[in-house]
Write a protein that binds this ligand. Sequence first.
Ligand SMILES: NC(=O)C1=CN([C@@H]2O[C@H](COP(=O)(O)OP(=O)(O)OC[C@H]3O[C@@H](n4cnc5c(N)ncnc54)[C@H](OP(=O)(O)O)[C@@H]3O)[C@@H](O)[C@H]2O)[C@@H](O)CC1
Ligand SMILES: Nc1ncnc2c1ncn2[C@@H]1O[C@H](COP(=O)(O)OP(=O)(O)O)[C@@H](O)[C@H]1O
Ligand SMILES: [K+]
Length: 486
Amino acid sequence: MYRVTSATAADLFDITATRRIERAAAAALPAHTLMQRAGLAVARLAMAVAPHARTVWIACGPGNNGGDGFEAAAQLRQRGFMPVVTFAGDADRLPPDAKASLQRARDAQVIFAQEPPTDYELTIDALLGIGATRPPEGVMVEWLQEMDASGQPVLSVDVPSGLNADTGVLSRRISADARTPRVCLTFLTLKPGLFTANGRDAAGTVWFDDLGCDKHAEPPTARLAGRPKAPRRTHASHKGSYGDVAVIGGAPGMAGAALLAGSAALHAGAGRVFVGLLDPSAAPVDTAQPELMLRDGHTLDLSDMTAVCGCGGGTAIRAALPRVLTTAAALVLDADALNAIAADSALQMQLVSRAQRGQPTVITPHPLEAARLLGYAASDVQADRLAAARQLATRFGVVAVLKGSGTVIAADGDASPVINLTGNAKLATAGTGDVLAGMIGAALAAKQSPFEAACEAVWRHGHVADTWPADAAPLTAGTLARQAPV
Ligand SMILES: NC(=O)C1=CN([C@@H]2O[C@H](COP(=O)(O)OP(=O)(O)OC[C@H]3O[C@@H](n4cnc5c(N)ncnc54)[C@H](OP(=O)(O)O)[C@@H]3O)[C@@H](O)[C@H]2O)[C@@H](O)CC1
Ligand SMILES: Nc1ncnc2c1ncn2[C@@H]1O[C@H](COP(=O)(O)OP(=O)(O)O)[C@@H](O)[C@H]1O
Ligand SMILES: [K+]
């Protein structure tokens, strides 16, 4: 069993692949073995999460997820805890493994009750796992609400009930005020839905147990990339070795966004950073950051540069885009550049033809920008973030970075998409997206592959927020840019 952190590199498997893996694992073992191992693992983690607990409320559902709960109840009872099981199902209709575990719980003198106990120190959610076919209903809803409101730790078995393990869409709301600590122990595979959309909030800290099963050869649905290697600078390198970044943006009144991207590129190690502002009346120098070379955005020669285009671009970016799309050696497209492209099929064709010319492009939409590019609603994008990122990458021949909780990075081609595990809501402040675009620009300018550049910059960007001290002043985009690590 291990805890998943932002440093974890691992493959992720959707429900269909997990079912195949589960079937092969079950076939290789004596009957009921997998569920017994799962229940024991739940009991062990429960004791680690709440060693002081006496009463443990275990809510069990009508399928094998409930079976894991019965098995955990038996194990906890044998270790002197007081598990109280509430069962939302019909004993006669349980699948065979779960039926056997129900009997084991009864044999262990586990208490079965109609209602949750009045006092308990830990809840185990074994209502629904990967077999959920629709949102929880009836008494399950009441029990899940009670868990959310209890303030006691919740241990979700395999997946939090009501969470789609493929997409991370949660069929219920978890209040932002809920102080309930959450852990999830997932079996056999790590599932993508635990790490994106609502998955992070619903699952909390994710633990993984392979239940002692052999390795398998299923192709992954997606990956966690883990901590990137620290880049090394050779002694005999010079500023040309790290490339030029040109930020194109900063329409009247929005110079700040372009300067933030420029600052991030600079602090992320670009050799030289130009900022091509689209405001003809812009000041010729940023005295706070004199390293940035301010130029006219319409005339900068981009043929040997990595352009970062769109930050604070407003509607003025539209006129600059045909030249940027055709001439930039490498390109990051963000914000208003994406909105302009979404509204203009000629620009879309120019974007697609960059890939055909071998000019790499990374796009960094948030869900609404992604929705505009795909012609969907933002809710459709959020309904399946992996699919949306893959579609963007394929349709435009780019590396797509779909931002938000559990940022997804997808490339056009065979590589599995990556879900990034760094970052938190401290980044939910204006300008942090401009900073990310600048950081990706610096990585591209240093000649990293576009997919790697995007994955690593996204990881580092989030890592700054993850390591930002809890008692420090709020993280601002300007500070984030200056922290952008090489
Ligand atoms: N088999 C193994 O080897 C191992 C399996 N393992 C465990 O099994 C879990 C998967 O078990 P599972 O396939 O039985 O599905 P599960 O998630 O329990 O739900 C299905 C049941 O719920 C019902 N139901 C669905 N939605 C509902 C709703 N909204 N409201 C009410 N009811 C609803 C559905 O009914 P139906 O849709 O048929 O009407 C069916 O009865 C997996 O996550 C892991 O924990 C581990 O022990 C490892 C070894
Ligand atoms: N709750 C969150 N968890 C993780 N990352 C977040 C969260 N909120 C925002 N971010 C990150 O912050 C950045 C915000 O970018 P964006 O929405 O473009 O903002 P802006 O346009 O103001 O710069 C993205 O990298 C996004 O992934
Ligand atoms: K569950």
